[in-house]
Design a protein around this ligand. Structure first.
Ligand code: GLA
Length: 747
């Protein structure tokens, strides 16, 4: 609802209007407080809820120090030097070198409902208006983005427009994520000192090393304890995220799109929109941060399964089974084997289109290869759908091989630094270095965009395809259109392409893959239905990759497949149980040649698939919890139903432990006053010699009952697992009549 009382005079410097009341948003234990009394929106608080009544704002302001400006320095919604801010500026921009120091002042503050607002600031001298949208969602996830409009007659260049939030003074540590191909989303920690910690992504895509989450928190914050402030930028192009601690002791955390030289130059009346910054605060460790993100994802009407009620199907992806060797008989055998195991979606990976026998040729020619598939994909699709499975297809629409009919016809459709790009063969200008033998298709060129749209649209119309694995397999180095940097425009063009195809084919699900997990972010996830977290299917590596990807992205959106017995990317060999227990905590599938399995292995794999089907509704709706386990070789994570009625935990050993026995391991997250039955459900405890080193604790074979309080505070004595093994524990409320239990008397 628009509140006219909040509008100020047209010239905010005139200062005659009464400042609007502070903006105080509160939800799910989190609060944001913005004061307008100085004429500039001042970020006074982001963090714990401060109670129902607006606090006395004087208690949230610092005194003026010695050798400083004479007035208190405001941390603005867009921090600016004109208010004395000497940390990282919120806006860097200019008019051909002039108007370099903005003085933004409040024009209006519209509180739309209890959880959202639009704040408008203007600088008439610089000729810019910035509107900031803020939403504090149910579940406590905050969203913030700016829109900058050029009100002047000439061009305004935006170099950076950041979204920032204050961090509590108690924060002393930083945590972020980094990685590489086959090792995405690994955490790193460092102390928070004065100065700026910046993570820059210049890959033109999100990047294998992208910090999916940047967090600052109190000393030693863990999964279940400590105060944590965390941000994520919902953007698939270049970006920076940072923690900036100024000399006065104030810390801000934020992120921005990383723009190239003159990449965003606005003509009069043109607008630049920043990506959404997503931010969460938790007073109970990182699990609370995940809870805020998961709640936001799951409240979206288009979140998989929400409208349809359809569970996440078991996937078989053929990549590691056949690679580029596409032969119909083998692919049909795979479909038969998959169906016999209970697979529900069959995905044909790279290698099906014209000229694609290896990764050196074919990208761009999105026609079914007539030599490999004389009858088209129909015989395979008929077999797959005849088994009751969905059919999915791999595509990589943003890329071309120079060895393709498309590039031979349109050499100038390759994106690059030159004014008139084109291949060397055609006498064109310099191209970026090749990466996996490929170049980037310039989707900023409307003809190239339309060609790709038409090809994908035709493929989806002509074939019964329910799912696209949408890949993107190189960094966008020296990315340019018509001689200017174009990562921003290319990213927007990719978003438009996805949006248009989804609108035309609403029933088709799309997975975002990028050489594994190089494009995992909330920008791409707004228009896709899951991400491929990594090309590494080694369960040991996946334990870390999934745990940390899962800080932000809920398990139903993270593809997680059982790979071959010996991993193709690490050559490690793992039992099926460890591989399956690892894959269960995601959108489960297989990436393994399941033709000709030994009967015992077939039976066990079918059992693992049945376990996933039994537990997927819990796994994909519940609360993720992780134990702050002191032994670095042991990990425990679980998913607990929101009503506390059931949970599924995995105890995993990643190495040998320093201790002879693990002692008791806590099962967090259950209702303290309820009584629960805990059972080891996989691997079969009767076969414990296969995964346990000594005599297992007696309860492992029989199950045990204990209160949620006991399980969280004391925990259960755990078996000595063999390294790189796991055990799955199913927990049900024993006093729940639906679970066949008795009413609980005490805990
Ligand atoms: C990328 C993907 C893989 C596979 C190959 C196909 O590397 O991450 O899963 O699809 O491409 O070329």
């Amino acid at each position: 609802m628009h509140n006219p009382d909040l509008d100020l005079a047209a010239d905010p410097e005139a200062g005659t209007a009464t400042p609007p009341a502070p903006l105080y948003l509160r939800r799910s234990g989190t609060a944001l407080l913005i004061d307008f009394s100085t004429g500039e929106p001042a970020l006074l608080h982001f963090g714990a809820d401060l109670g129902p009544n607006l606090p006395d704002l004087s208690l949230l302001r610092d005194p003026v120090p010695h050798s400083a400006l004479d007035t208190p320095v405001t941390l603005g919604l867009v921090p600016q030097a004109s208010s004395g801010w000497r940390g990282r500026p919120g806006l860097r921009g200019h008019r051909n070198g002039r108007a370099f120091s903005p003085r933004l002042r409040l024009a209006s503050a519209d509180v739309n409902d209890a959880g959202s607002a639009v704040i408008t600031q203007i600088d008439p001298a610089a000729g810019i208006t910035i509107q900031t949208e803020i939403r504090l969602n149910e579940g406590g996830l905050l969203q913030l983005r700016h829109h900058l409009t050029n009100d002047g007659p000439d061009e305004y260049t935006v170099e950076e427009l950041a979204a920032v939030l204050p961090v509590g003074r108690a924060a002393t540590e930083i945590l972020d994520l980094t990685g590489r191909w086959c090792r995405e989303s690994h955490p790193q920690r460092l102390p928070l000192h004065q100065g700026t910690w910046v993570r820059s992504g210049r890959h033109g895509r999100t990047g294998h090393d992208a910090s999916l989450l940047l967090a600052a928190g109190t000393g030693g914050f863990g999964y279940g304890h400590g105060h944590v402030w965390a941000v994520h930028l919902g953007w698939s192009g270049n970006h920076e995220s940072f923690v900036d601690t100024a000399g006065d002791g104030r810390t801000v955390i934020g992120a921005s799109e990383l723009l190239g030289s003159a990449e965003v130059t606005l003509a009069s009346a043109e607008r630049y929109d920043t990506p959404w910054l997503f931010a969460a605060y938790s007073g109970a460790g990182l699990d609370g941060i995940s809870e805020a993100f998961y709640a936001w994802f799951r409240a979206r009407p288009h979140h998989p399964g929400v409208a349809s009620g359809k569970p996440r199907p078991v996937v078989l992806n053929v990549w590691e089974a056949v690679y580029f060797d596409h032969r119909l008989p083998a692919l049909l055998e795979l479909a038969d084997a998959a169906a016999s195991l209970g697979v529900e979606r069959y995905v044909l990976d790279d290698g099906w289109f014209r000229g694609r026998r290896s990764d050196t040729a074919g990208l761009g020619d999105w026609y079914v290869d007539e030599q490999l598939w004389p009858e088209g994909l129909t015989p395979l699709i008929d077999a797959v759908t005849g088994h009751g499975m969905e059919f999915g297809l791999w595509v990589e629409p943003e890329m071309v091989n120079e060895d393709s009919d498309l590039v031979r016809a349109h050499p100038d459709w390759i994106a690059g630094p030159a004014l008139h790009p084109g291949t060397g063969a055609s006498g064109g200008a310099r191209l970026p270095e090749r990466w996996r033998h490929q170049q980037v298709l310039d989707l900023v060129n409307p003809e190239a965009w339309q060609y790709i749209y038409d090809r994908l649209d035709a493929l989806l119309r002509e074939n019964r395809i329910s799912y696209l694995k949408w890949d993107q397999n190189r960094d966008l180095t020296e990315m340019g259109h018509a001689g200017r940097p174009s990562v921003h425009a290319q990213t927007m063009a990719v978003y438009r392409l996805l949006d248009a195809l989804r609108a035309a084919h609403p029933g088709v699900e799309i997975e975002s893959c990028s050489s594994g997990g190089a494009r995992v972010d909330l920008g791409i996830l707004e228009r896709t239905d899951r991400v491929w977290g990594s090309d590494c299917n080694d369960a040991l590596e996946r334990q870390t990759i999934q745990r940390w990807t899962g800080m932000v992205v809920p398990p139903e959106l993270v593809g997680s497949h059982i790979g071959p017995t010996t991993s193709h990317t690490t050559a490690r060999t793992h039992d099926l149980s460890f591989r399956a227990i690892t894959a269960l905590f995601g959108h489960f599938g297989l990436e393994w040649d399941v033709r000709g399995l030994e009967p015992a292995e077939h039976t066990e794999l079918a059992h693992a698939i049945a376990l996933y089907k039994e537990h997927r509704s819990l796994l994909h709706t519940g609360r993720m919890v992780r134990a702050d386990e002191p032994d670095p070789a042991l990990r425990l994570h679980g998913v607990v139903a929101h009503d506390g009625s059931e949970a599924l935990y995995a105890l995993v050993s990643t190495a040998t432990s320093f201790a002879e026995v693990p002692g008791r391991v806590c099962l967090p997250g259950l209702q303290p006053g309820s009584r629960y039955r805990v059972e080891a459900v996989y691997p079969d405890p009767d076969d414990s010699h296969a995964f346990i080193q000594t005599t297992p604790p007696p309860w492992l074979g029989t199950g045990i009952e204990a209160s949620g309080q006991f399980l969280a505070m004391s925990g259960l004595p755990m078996p000595v697992l063999n390294p790189e093994h796991g055990v799955l524990l199913a927990v049900r409320r024993a006093d729940d009549p639906a679970n066949g239990g008795q009413p609980v008397r005490n805990s």
